[in-house]
Ligand binder design. Structure first.
Ligand SMILES: [Zn+2]
Length: 247
């Protein structure tokens, strides 16, 4: 980093040309009952955005209502939890729900050797293919033909997921997780939109390729790669022994 030739100089009297970029990594997960300066910071941002908050520094019922209204208005996941998606929104960044990018970010329950806590993690958000400037095709609108019939591209997310599960079973894969198990706090699993399937590596690869044609919301199988919101993002890790797909 730095500009060649001037990197040794110290600008003493001049203000920095650019303020240090604020990131969600400087913030922590806030929710009902949280207290402190981070809550005051949040409340200030909400107030500036026109929302009425409660007692300063206390994530009270009024603040909770403001957060939920803000999330609703911004098209974010409405859960009253101020995680990376909501913090990101205040900072002008579009991030997936979750807490991994936050200060000390880790899913509740500690390290997850299965890597499933990464299910909703979008690595390198801004650098992913098809980022700003290139309009992304809507996720889940591709076409695919499998042993369970044609992909219901115009169906509901539930119909799409049902099709994926039937396809997996018809291919001889077993479903290892739907809405249960250990996942990131805001994983699509808890929304009933994700399924994990497992079987032989060759069959998982075939399943991945078939699901890939549907441009799903999420698709992770490390040996093959990864998809987020219909876009290829490469392997994210932690998905070597199962395929995760979400619509
Ligand atoms: Zn999963």
């Amino acid at each position: 980093m730095g500009i060649p030739g001037v990197s040794q100089q110290r600008a003493v009297s001049q203000p920095p040309a650019q303020a240090p970029r604020e990131s969600v990594g400087q913030h922590s997960l806030l929710q009902s009952g949280s207290r402190g300066s981070e809550v005051a910071n949040l409340q200030q941002r909400l107030s500036q955005a026109g929302y009425q908050v409660g007692q300063k520094g206390v994530f009270d019922a009024k603040t909770d209502a403001a957060v939920r209204q803000y999330q609703k208005d911004k098209g974010l996941q409405v859960d009253g939890q101020v995680g990376q998606q909501t913090w990101g929104s205040f900072l002008g960044q579009k991030l997936p729900p979750g807490t991994q990018m936050l200060q000390g970010g880790q899913a509740p329950g500690g390290a997850d050797p299965t890597g499933r806590n990464k299910d909703s993690f979008e690595p390198g958000g801004a650098q992913r293919p098809g980022g700003a400037g290139s309009p992304a095709a809507p996720a889940g609108t591709g076409s695919a033909q499998g042993p369970a019939g044609a992909f219901p591209a115009s169906g509901s997310n539930k119909q799409k997921l049902d099709w994926a599960m039937k396809t997996a079973q018809a291919m001889g894969l077993r479903i290892t997780s739907t809405t249960g198990g250990q996942h990131a706090p805001h994983s699509y699993h808890y929304l009933g939109r994700a399924v994990d399937v497992a079987g032989s590596p060759a069959t998982m690869a075939k399943f991945y390729d078939l699901m890939h044609n549907t441009r799903p919301t999420e698709l992770f199988y490390d040996p093959r790669g990864g998809v987020k919101n219909g876009q290829d993002i490469g392997a994210i890790g932690g998905h070597g022994d199962h395929v995760h797909v979400a619509f």
